[in-house]
Design a protein around this ligand. Sequence first.
Ligand code: FES
Length: 79
Amino acid sequence: MADVTISLIGNGPIMVEGPVTLLDADDNPIELEEGKAFFLCRCGQSSEKPFCDGTHKVCGYLSANIASIPNASSAGSEG
Ligand code: FES
């Protein structure tokens, strides 16, 4: 199975690296450049949605990028 990496960019988009299929709201595939990472907008201001167009840099978007760590007492208790 091929590896896919999804990274939250600080105060910016979501970077996706690896072979994936990206579908629009009607389940139509969105054409992607093979072997090239792409960036999904998460500030909501891009004019090229779902892709980032750099607008996050001027719209004041701030993100929280630190993953929460499961509570040690409940980790692994689901099964
Ligand atoms: S995250 Fe870059 S334009 Fe929205």
